[in-house]
Design a protein around this ligand. Structure first.
Ligand SMILES: CC(C)(COP(=O)(O)OP(=O)(O)OC[C@H]1O[C@@H](n2cnc3c(N)ncnc32)[C@H](O)[C@@H]1OP(=O)(O)O)[C@@H](O)C(=O)NCCC(=O)NCCS
Length: 160
């Protein structure tokens, strides 16, 4: 569950703030999500993640909500479930900062391994994850919908 240690905080750049996602953020989060993914999460999925006590964060530049990250934490491990930066704001290290923020929380909570799944075709995300120390540890064949067919998910992990 999200706790008192996970307060809003400046993100070491003027005007940049990481803070916990609120129910009222979901419409803006959905706008970022829908601009970024061909198969975006729905409103209900975000509300479910918030209700479940997952670690749901947003990144703001001034008043603009530019990205979000969602992570579940269980005994000893975390799963990065979503990491997303609006296309207009990509390429400015925001994805990296969001990822590092989530992993820092997981470390504070004594997780020793981080896992995630990524589409095989998602070169930008795979580069980011590899650069941050994730390695491929498995494959789910045909896991994601893609056009008329399906696409593999690469499972990646990183020791924390
Ligand atoms: C993946 C994503 C979160 C990266 O966010 P971002 O803010 O654009 O990325 P950053 O600026 O933090 O870049 C960090 C690293 O990611 C990699 N990267 C980012 N964009 C890239 C691109 N277009 N091509 C190749 N590598 C890329 C690089 O390794 C980069 O490191 P570098 O700047 O030192 O070269 C963003 O592209 C996104 O939201 N995509 C759509 C949603 C998505 O696919 N999420 C991942 C689901 S698993």
């Amino acid at each position: 569950m999200v706790g008192a240690n996970d307060r809003d905080e400046p993100a070491s750049q003027p005007g940049l703030t990481f803070r916990l996602m609120r129910d009222t953020d979901v419409p803006e989060v959905l706008a970022v999500e829908e601009a970024s993914y061909l198969h975006p999460w729905s409103r209900d999925i975000f509300h479910d993640c918030l209700r479940a006590g997952y670690h749901c964060w947003v990144l703001q530049v001034g008043d603009h909500l530019v990205g979000h990250g969602v992570m579940s934490l269980a005994v000893g491990e975390c799963q990065i479930l979503n990491l997303c930066v609006h296309p207009d704001w990509q390429g400015q290290q925001f994805g990296r900062r969001l990822l590092r923020r989530l992993l820092a929380i997981a470390r504070q909570r004594n997780a020793d391994t981080a896992f995630l799944e990524v589409r095989r075709s998602n070169g930008a995300a795979i580069h980011l994850y590899q650069a941050e120390g994730f390695c491929e540890v498995g494959l789910r064949r045909g896991y994601y919908p893609k056009g008329q067919g399906r696409e593999d998910a690469i499972i990646m992990a990183k020791p924390l």
